[in-house]
Design a binder for this molecule. Structure first.
Ligand code: EPZ
Length: 420
């Protein structure tokens, strides 16, 4: 199994190009199933999860070509309406075909996704939303069977115990784009990736308003535009990860194509820590050479501090003098990186949903095990700053969501290689 070998303690310099957002690309590829017209997507990141989504839509009948981050999808006819267990188990985001198939074929069978490394991940809000639009849902044999003969626009309430849901908002938007009448989703998730999916559907010809706010209106339609070309937004989490790479190695780098408006809370925290962040005409420059200070982070839905950046900041704060805290209120088991960081010498105590981090002078390299996507990148970042050699195992987690991560780091001057 592949591992990363990292020689820590080197400064980074130069520029890095940010890829397209994985969490936009996955639902947008599924969304392309709603139309029988050809769609061209640009800036699609070549990561494992995207490859899995391509495998899934191909299984359902799409003709797909993927070259140099450009993906052409054409589904003149949906051949199957079943997302099989072996694909869903590899990638939860497979459930986006539920909304798309309901829209296109009025029927879908999708394996129930289970929990995952970051905690229980219910899909009750997806089901509630689709049911509100008139879909009959039956869960049996580990599959969700959806029958939507009478898809009708409605007011859909997506309030859950942890707020609204990114995935459920997108699934309901997808189904609503072929429903009769108007659907109002409230509260809707406002993440930039939700906005990106809505903008893609608008490019197809669907009338959507309010995307990017907590109330989205979708008016169903039955014909779609020809020759749609759409470019996926840059990945704010990849950009944030590189910003932390600069901060933790006390370096100065330029992160090209990073969209600072999508990263306000992350950039604010970096500034609070003492990192100098400047917006440039084509991205952001990050300088981590100054004096650093401890801080407190509260994870919250957008525009709050993203749960997908929490692990990387834990690595950074492990090396910042003073006591910092991170409160993770979205996922229940998302401090998996803490134990591995402690094996590098970090001083972290977990109290319920809060991690208390006392900065140490220097982490030391050792053998580590990655547990999920963002925890993996956090361990790599820690390794870049640590004394000696860090070996990170199970990096297939990282390959799911970061395009050419070690290649981009090497171009910045890091000593990192992939090996067995
Ligand atoms: C998306 O997951 C992202 N995944 C996650 O990124 C991200 O961490 C998360 O949003 C939060 O920003 C993709 O976009 C593919 P949610 P999603 O539904 O849609 C609860 C990464 O590393 N909930 O907004 O699954 C849920 O348990 C990944 O790239 C319900 O209670 O997240 C959680 O506590 C990991 N019922 C909260 O809502 C539901 O039906 C937010 O989850 C659905 C969710």
């Amino acid at each position: 199994m592949a591992r990363f070998f990292i020689e820590g303690g080197r400064r980074l310099s130069g520029e890095v190009d940010i890829s397209g957002a994985k969490n936009s690309a996955l639902p947008i590829i599924a969304a392309a199933l709603v139309t029988d017209k050809r769609v061209v997507l640009k800036n699609v990141p070549d990561v494992f999860d995207v490859r899995t989504m391509i495998e899934l839509v191909t299984h359902l009948g799409a003709h797909v070509e993927f070259r140099r981050n450009t993906l052409t999808i054409h589904t003149p006819r949906v051949k199957r309406v079943e997302a099989p267990y072996d694909i869903v188990t590899r990638m939860r985001a497979s459930y986006y075909v539920l909304g798309a198939l309901v829209a296109r074929n009025r029927r879908a069978t999708v394996a129930m996704p289970g929990g995952c490394a970051i905690g229980p991940r219910p899909i009750d809000l997806h089901i509630k939303g689709l049911t509100a639009l008139g879909t009959k849902i039956d869960i049996s044999d580990g599959y969700i069977h959806a029958d939507a003969r009478h898809l009708q626009g409605q007011n859909v309430d997506l309030q859950g115990p942890k707020g609204t849901s990114v995935g459920a908002t997108i699934n309901v938007m997808l189904a609503a784009c072929c429903a009769r009448g108007t659907t109002v989703i409230s509260p809707a998730a406002a993440e930039p990736e939700v906005l990106d999916v809505a903008n893609f559907l608008c490019a197809l010809g669907v009338e959507i308003n309010g995307q990017g706010s907590h109330e989205i209106t979708v008016r169903g339609c039955d014909t779609f535009n020809d020759n749609v070309r759409y470019s996926i937004i840059p990945d704010r989490i990849e950009a944030g990860t590189f910003a932390v790479a600069a901060a933790i190695t006390r370096s100065r780098i330029l992160i090209k194509r990073a969209v600072s408006e999508h990263m306000t809370s992350v950039l604010e925290k970096l500034r609070e820590i003492g990192v100098v962040v400047r917006e440039t005409h084509n991205g952001i420059s990050v300088n981590g050479r100054g004096r650093r200070h401890a801080t407190d982070i509260f994870v919250a839905p957008y525009p709050g501090f993203p749960t997908d950046m929490q692990a990387q900041f834990m690595a950074l704060l492990s090396t910042v003098p003073g006591t910092s805290t991170i409160k993770e209120s979205i996922f229940e088991n998302r401090f998996m990186q803490a134990n591995e960081l402690m094996r590098m010498g970090a001083n972290i105590t977990i109290e319920g949903d809060t991690a208390v981090i006392k900065g140490v002078k220097m982490l030391s390299g050792t053998q580590l095990m990655a547990s999920d996507l963002r925890a993996s990148s956090a361990l790599v970042l820690a390794g870049l700053s640590a004394k000696g050699i860090t070996v990170v195992r199970r990096i297939y987690h990282l390959d799911r969501g970061y395009e050419k991560f070690e290649v981009k780091l090497r171009r910045l001057g890091a000593r990192i290689r992939r090996g067995k």
